[in-house]
Every structure is written in structure tokens, then in C-alpha cells.
Design a protein around this ligand. Sequence first.
Ligand code: ADP
Length: 353
Amino acid sequence: MVSPESQPQSDSTARPQDTPLAIEARDIHVTYDDGTEAVRGVDLRIAEGEFFGFLGPNGAGKTTTIRTLVTLLHPTEGEVRINGYDTTTESQRVRESIGYMAQETSIDLELTPRENLQVACRMYGVPREERDERIAELLDLVELGDVADKRAETFSGGMQKRLDTATVLVHQPPVVFLDEPTTGLDPEARLRVWDYFERINDRGTTVFLTTQYLEEADQLCDRLAVLEDGQIIADGTPDSLKAAVGTDTLRVELAQPTATRKRRAIETLQSDGALDGASIEATSNGFAIHAADARAAATTVFRTLVDADIAVAGFDVDSPTLDDVFLSLTGEADDDGSETPDVTALSPAEVAR
Ligand code: ADP
């Protein structure tokens, strides 16, 4: 794992050590014919049953990596084993034991869901006598039973994605690879697709997901790796990555947020001594406290302010999000559209005034 010392290290408790590996990549490099080094030394060890997220800014090498894992590209250097099979020397075995959903949908819109699944069954060699039952079960799982015999061209983006995922599951693969499966879906459709991915994982299927939506990774994944410039720069559980970037922030809004009152509140809290180690700054309507556990600090803060006769109008607590993790690691915001709250800090001179 390529991990600068300042970055979060892998959380060894996240992956059960005695569970067999579904995906193992050892120091893989992928260089395209034009010399682009898209993947530069990636290691992955993903246990059976894990829901693993692969994040990174555009151009980081996510698609190149996933295409290498599913045998569509061969590593220039290094070795990949999927379900124990080598992707270079046993690629057919690998293909039979995985489902791969590419970014572009592979369903035939002229056909119905049932017909699409029949085609997939034939392609993956599902025994004839098992097909009807398998198809009925999958239609049920993705909630397309009611429209099983309608042409897919009339379907919403979310319905098409659900059908697409169902087609990669007809041969009941133990591992599925999903390359940005929810890009372009509206938020409601995305939630339904998430629910479906969770159900697949609950059935024991290992899921490898690339996504540009950090909230998606946070909701779904047991463990994540962040890729940049073809190298993994951090990995761990969503919580361990968040804990590594920073502290909680408790924002307190004062009833009368004049500079004098803000200063008095801050001085009172600083002299109280109970908030040692926390930094406090003035904001436009009160002040903000940065502490390892701002929720626990809240009781002390409110008691101290009440004792000092300083009225509080409101408060909220922010914990670091995966957006903060991503920003601190890659220096790029994701495309989630989520915003960090606006804190207008006064300069020390203003506070002192
Ligand atoms: P991501 O999926 O994270 O956006 P990609 O794996 O698509 O990243 O791309 C990684 C790098 O490899 C980028 O610099 C991209 O321009 C380059 N790249 C991707 N496909 C090819 C290709 N077929 N030939 C040459 N360079 C490529």
C-alpha cells in the first residue's frame, strides 16, 4: 500500500484476517501503449463478502484498475487473483466467477427485462432448466417484475441500471464489479439502487464499487481506498478515514452576537479550563470550538455560558465527512454538491476590540 506517513493507514481490523480473499492485486502497474502510466503500483486485498469502495478524482486510474481486475486489460507488471484465479493465465475462470457492470449500460433497450435476462443466461451458460426460476428471482430482487415484459426503452435511468445489474448476476457470481453505477441517476433513483446493492452484498456477494459520490461510498462501503495518479494514497473504513482528517466542530450562535459578547464568551470558556486542547474562534454569529469530541464538550460549554449569563440562540455540531477526507487527500472537491458550512472567523484583533 502506498501511503505517505501523514495519511491514514489501513485499518487491519476492517478485514477479517481468516476470510479468504475474493480480490488480490499485487503491485500492479498498467501502462498504455502511448506511455501513459495509468496505474503505478496498486495493492488490494479484499475479503469475500466485503463491500469495497474505490474512490479518486477523474483520471486517477479507477477504470483502468477495474478493467484490469475483470481481465479486460492485463497488468504491465504485477499479479491479480480473483476468487483465487490468476487474471492473466486463468482469465476464462475469472470471467465465469465475476459480474462486471461497466459505465455504459449493456442492456438491449429494444428488448424487455425478461428477454435481456434470457440473453444474459445464454451468454453466461446458465443451464436451461434453471433459467426461468433464476430470471423470476432476479426480476423480483430488482423490483422489475411488474414491467418484466415491457420494452426497456421506456424505462427511467434507475430502472435501466437495475436491469443492467440484474444481467450481470444471472450466473450468481461471488464477486461483482460496479464501475460508477449511479452516475447520472437522480437522488431518489440512486437510493433505490443503493438498497439493491446492499441486498446483493447481504446475500454474501463481494462488491467492488467505483464511485464519484462520497456519500455513496460512506453509506455502502465497509472499506475504501482512495486512488490518485495511479497510486493508493489512503485506505481504511469510512470512519477511520474521517477520524484521521480532523476534529468535530461545535458551532454556537449567541442571542446577541456583538464582538464584545463573543469575546466575553470565548474568554470565559478559555479561562474555565475544562476545554483544554480545544481551539475556539469567533464566527459571524457566535463562535466555533474545534475539539476531538465536540459533542461531549457541549455540556461544559452550555453550563459555563449559563453561569456567565450569556444567552445562546442555537448550536450545531459537524463531524468530518468523506468530502473533508477527499479534499485533504487530493486537494479536490468531489462532485457531490455538498457544502461545508460557512464560518466567518474574526481576526484576533477584532476579537480583542
Ligand atoms: P478514472 O477512471 O479514475 O477517471 P482512467 O483509468 O480512465 O481514470 O484513466 C487514468 C489515466 O489513463 C488518465 O490519464 C487517462 O487519460 C489515461 N487513459 C485511459 N484510457 C487510456 C487509453 N486507452 N490510452 C491511453 N491513456 C488512457
